[in-house]
Design a protein around this ligand. Structure first.
Ligand code: C2O
Ligand code: CU
Length: 465
């Protein structure tokens, strides 16, 4: 079973017309990689860090000589990075100065339901809301983004997304690259108008897919790297575009983590497919390249075969020649027995009057309906059956799951850690095993292709004691 072919086969049908639409009109490698600023707490103690963030309009320098209007956290795209530590809570006061209703979801976060950003927990414009994040779960690359009901495709596209990196002091012994050598990379796609503003086009079928790939808000940037190990934290924060990352014509990247943090053991990969909202943490060993090398990270999907994501320019030799990656990253914990099994067909449903929508389990989102009631402390088996011709990155709030099988086969080793979003390609059946640990209450699960989730591929679960 060739896993890399799996993604290709699913997306290989992209027509030449679509491929040319997805070719960027801009020169790559013109700018250095920007890093989102670190958010600064307004108060900090041993047990708690407090932040205040303003959701407001701003401008971004993306194209030469032009200003791009965005809606961002502190007016920035991407938003400021929050760095949290396991065992120390983070409180964020989000002030909505955007002119529209918003709310904030900590994607991959384990929080009580009132702080999770259920699409109906809106913050009206002019108001603020306090989100409490206990940081009780494992270290992981999380992100926060808007989740306005039925409008997430627009608000995410406008720029409301930022990193939330959760560290764990217990990971210290692994001696993974830190500081300047631990780099968050937010991949998004956009199209642009002549004046530099983002150009959005609603596409219910495939979701929005832009012609230009940005990393941390810059068009295919370049990054100076030293000849040593780096930890790169990739996040696909695109509305609906998927990527297959490939380094320097097929050099290996060593995957150490996914959505829910560290994998049991490192996995060497030449290609890494990423659907919207997925995170992949890799170690790249730049000692395999000589000083002066320019190493391109490509997107190689069924989409243009040579579009660049970014470039690494190896500038000098530093770091220890014998730095190594530990062979055991995280112990796999035992899970409680499976308490229930559920099956969810994923379909594109024609409606009366010629309209259509995306559905889970034969229904669209209905705030008055609770689709299931898992028991707190239990695990379940959920089967996603994709009966449609599009890929659905299926995401669950509040909890993580393990991927049990993909079309009856074990998942790729890179998907064997904790996940919160899993790709379900056309005609696939993917079985996952969520663990309803920590907090009970009302949460949503949905497709993370933003246009699908808005229209209205989302369900609700109430986790009960
Ligand atoms: Cu990033 Cu409801 O999700
Ligand atoms: Cu979908």
């Amino acid at each position: 079973f060739d896993f890399d072919k799996r993604a290709k086969a699913a997306r290989g049908k992209t027509s030449a017309a679509v491929r040319s639409q997805l070719a960027s009109p801009f020169e790559p490698f013109q700018r250095d990689l920007p890093l989102p600023p670190l958010a600064k707490p307004v108060r900090a103690s041993k047990k708690l860090e407090e932040y205040v963030i303003d959701m407001k309009p701003g401008t971004a320098d993306i194209l030469p000589g032009l200003q791009t209007p965005v809606l961002g956290y502190n007016g920035l795209f991407p938003g400021p990075t929050i760095r949290a530590r396991r065992g120390r809570a983070v409180h964020v006061t989000q002030r909505n100065q955007s002119g529209r209703s918003l709310n904030v979801h900590l994607h991959g976060g384990v929080t009580e339901p009132q702080f999770d950003g259920h699409p109906h927990d809106a913050i009206p414009t002019g108001a603020e809301r306090l989100y409490k994040y206990p940081n009780v779960a494992h270290s992981a690359t999380l992100w926060y983004h808007d989740h306005a009901h039925g409008e997430t495709a627009q608000t995410l596209f406008a720029g409301l997304a930022g990193f939330y990196i959760l560290d764990d002091p217990d990971d210290k012994h692994l001696d993974l690259p830190q500081g300047d050598y631990d780099v968050p990379l937010m991949i998004t796609d956009r199209s642009f108008n002549q004046d530099g503003s983002f150009r959005y086009r609603f596409d219910l079928d495939r979701g929005f897919r832009g012609d230009t790939i940005l990393v941390n808000g810059a068009v295919a940037p370049r990054m100076k790297v030293e000849r040593r190990l780096y930890r790169l934290r990739f996040l696909n924060a695109s509305n609906a575009r998927a990527y297959t990352l490939k380094l320097g014509n097929g050099r290996e990247m060593i995957q150490i983590g996914s959505d829910g943090g560290l994998l049991p053991a490192p996995v060497r990969r030449k290609e890494i497919p990423m659907e919207p909202a997925e995170r992949v943490d890799v170690i790249v060993d730049f000692r395999q390249f000589g000083v002066g090398s320019k190493v391109i990270l490509h997107n190689e999907g069924g989409e243009p075969s040579t579009d660049a994501v970014m470039r690494f320019d190896v500038v000098r030799a530093t770091g220890s020649e014998d730095a190594k990656i530990p062979q055991l990253l995280r112990e796999e914990e035992e899970l409680p027995e499976v308490n229930a099994e559920r099956s969810w067909p994923l379909t594109f449903q024609g409606l009366a009057g010629g309209a259509s929508m995306w559905q889970i389990g034969g229904g669209g989102f209905n705030e008055m309906r609770i689709d299931c009631r898992p028991r707190l402390g239990s695990t379940e088996l959920w089967t996603w059956r994709n009966l449609s011709q599009r890929t659905h990155p299926m995401h669950m709030h509040g909890y993580h799951f393990r991927v049990v099988s993909v079309n009856g086969k074990p998942p790729h080793p890179g998907d064997r850690g904790w996940k919160d979003t899993v790709a379900v390609y056309p005609n696939e059946t993917v079985v996952v095993r969520p663990y309803f640990d920590y907090f009970g209450g009302l949460y949503v699960f949905h497709c993370h292709a933003a246009e699908h989730g808005d229209m209205s591929m989302m369900g609700q679960m109430e986790v009960v004691a």
